[in-house]
Design a protein around this ligand. Structure first.
Ligand SMILES: CC(C)(COP(=O)(O)OP(=O)(O)OC[C@H]1O[C@@H](n2cnc3c(N)ncnc32)[C@H](O)[C@@H]1OP(=O)(O)O)[C@@H](O)C(=O)NCCC(=O)NCCS
Length: 176
């Protein structure tokens, strides 16, 4: 796990985190996830990897997750509590996720993001994700298109080095 400034820490998500995760999820997405979904992800899905950003003891500031399927990493979710946004927490979660994912030696990392979600797209672009397609009316709740974004390691051979430098820079920072 990426070392982030105290009082924050990153660690694998556990079942006891689910209530706090659901609260952040509810505050973050038009259609919130269910308890059962996270329970399945943590207990049944061998392909799933979830992490939380803890603040001090029990409080959670955010979470992220990915699946490793057929050599591809798919980012399934990432969210930061609204009170914690805009201060680098999402970047910590994404950087950590990418480091964990990279250790599994995938060919590429993919994700879908709502067309209107400029904030998330800016974060992904900062991490060198490129727009490679659109899934029309992908989100059933709002009918919004999904933008498909990827990092393709064959096309971005310096990515590991770049990620390592980002992680190194992180160790110089303090939480504000
Ligand atoms: C997307 C999300 C995780 C970003 O987390 P965050 O902690 O607010 O983001 P950070 O402070 O780490 O910012 C990292 C980068 O994101 C982008 N970003 C963050 N806030 C932004 C804003 N208000 N407008 C535009 N870009 C923004 C920038 O590229 C920023 O890098 P910079 O500071 O060098 O400009 C958070 O906004 C969130 O939880 N949103 C709701 C859930 C969601 O949409 N998840 C993505 C699903 S695909």
């Amino acid at each position: 796990m990426l070392a982030v400034p105290a009082p924050y820490s990153l660690r694998p998500m556990i079942v006891a985190d689910i209530p706090a995760v659901l609260e952040i999820d509810r505050l973050s997405f038009p259609t919130p996830a269910t308890e059962q979904l996270f329970l399945n992800e943590l207990t049944d899905n061998q392909l799933a990897h979830y992490q939380v950003l803890a603040r001090g003891g029990e409080a959670l500031a955010g979470y992220a997750g990915f699946w490793l399927i057929a050599g591809e990493i798919h980012i399934s979710t990432i969210a930061v509590h609204p009170d914690e946004r805009g201060r680098g927490r999402g970047e910590w979660l994404l950087l950590n996720l990418l480091l964990e994912a990279r250790a599994l030696d995938p060919l590429l990392v993919t994700l879908e993001v709502r067309r209107g979600n400029e904030t998330a797209q800016a974060l992904y672009r900062k991490y060198q994700f490129e727009e490679v397609g659109v899934r029309r009316r992908y989100y059933r709740d709002t009918g919004e298109d999904a933008v498909l974004m990827t990092v393709d390691f064959a096309r971005q051979p310096d990515y590991d080095r770049w990620l390592a430098l980002r992680a190194e820079a992180m160790t110089q920072t303090t939480a504000d």
